[in-house]
Design a binder for this molecule. Structure first.
Ligand code: UDP
Length: 315
């Protein structure tokens, strides 16, 4: 079972799970930010079933022996457009997933986020860091929603003995990103393809670290299949740090366009730096990212070209 199956990460995870012939996969999505086209390949498989439903309204989920809970708007633009829905899917929605898994005696991986570290005072961020989050800021619907998801998962684990593993996912990119989700990678590629300057927020000195989607979903599967005593929560992300400006340069070079930028105000509560410590994932999953940013950006640009963005501008 994959919640958020039509999303960027969810759909790649579904495809990966379907590669194993013994797997039957059910995907749940309300298609608020998920997109039908992401499931095009999966829907051709007789071993995939897609359910259109809102998790926070669903009494119980279909039975499964593995639950991946990814459902939630995840980009700042998307979650700030629907802050209440974001809080509900991460609170009530998560409760539905955990309760269904408890009844089915199933194993669960719940998707948390690097946003639980807020605007971090510890850099890079290890799992033991408790974070620095504004509980009433514009990002709090997501940050606190995910912190609640973690707290609820920890309670189900401690109180009911549920086998639930929490993954803190750092910035991830790749094909099937929504060109309108307002993220740095999708914005810059779309702007570059249209011949527009990149919108750099603030001075562009803030940092992020970007993980290619295939690396990330491999990590999700490894975490699910790891031993029961695997440490949780666990960070998954690429530890190579980029400033926003540096990321813009790589994207401009890949697109073969001159690096032009317009500077916009830094959004409220935008974290100044963010990079994962992935010692736990390396040690307990044998996982580390394989795809360098330059290579992943090439595949991502290819995907955006297939959407016809900027067509007519370039020969
Ligand atoms: N950013 C930017 N220009 C854009 C979109 C994002 O400079 O058009 C910056 C943003 O301020 C942040 C970083 O890029 O510091 C990553 O933003 P994103 O929305 O991708 O995700 P976040 O890591 O903030 O959740």
């Amino acid at each position: 079972m994959v919640t958020g199956a039509a999303g960027f990460l969810g759909s790649h995870l579904v495809d990966r799970l379907l590669e194993r012939r013994s797997n039957e996969v059910t995907g749940i999505d309300n298609f608020v930010t998920g997109r039908e086209q992401n499931l095009r390949e999966a829907l051709e498989s007789p071993r995939f079933r897609s359910v259109r439903a809102d998790l926070s309204r669903l009494a119980r989920l279909p039975r499964a022996d593995r639950y991946f809970h990814l459902a939630s708007p995840a980009s700042p633009v998307a979650y700030q457009r629907d802050p209440v829905g974001t809080l509900l899917v991460n609170s009530t929605g998560t409760q539905r997933v955990l309760e269904s898994a408890r009844r089915a005696d199933a194993r669960v991986v719940v998707a948390s986020t690097s946003e639980v570290y807020g605007d971090p005072e510890v850099h890079p961020q290890p799992e033991g860091y408790w974070g620095h989050v504004n509980p009433v800021g514009v990002r709090s619907c997501y940050d606190e929603g995910k912190r609640y998801l973690e707290a609820l998962s920890a309670a189900y684990r401690r109180h009911y003995g549920l086998d639930v593993r929490i993954v803190r996912i750092f910035n991830t990119y790749g094909p099937r990103m929504d060109p309108r989700d307002g993220r740095i990678v999708s914005n810059f590629i779309v702007q570059g393809l249209r011949g527009e300057p990149f919108t750099i927020y603030g001075r562009g000195t803030q940092t992020r670290a970007f993980c290619y989607v295939s690396d990330l979903v491999r990590g999700l599967e490894l975490l699910m299949e790891a031993r029961r005593d695997v440490p949780t929560p666990m960070n998954l992300g690429n530890p190579r740090e980029f400033t926003v400006r540096k990321a813009a340069e790589v994207i401009a070079r890949t697109l073969d366009v001159p690096m032009r930028a317009v500077f916009r105000p830094l959004p409220e509560d935008d974290p100044k730096q963010r990079v994962p410590v992935i010692r736990l994932a390396r040690k307990h999953l044998g996982w580390s990212p394989r795809i360098p940013f330059e290579e992943g950006i090439r595949s991502t640009v290819e995907y955006f070209r297939t959407l016809g963005i900027g067509r007519g501008r370039r020969s």
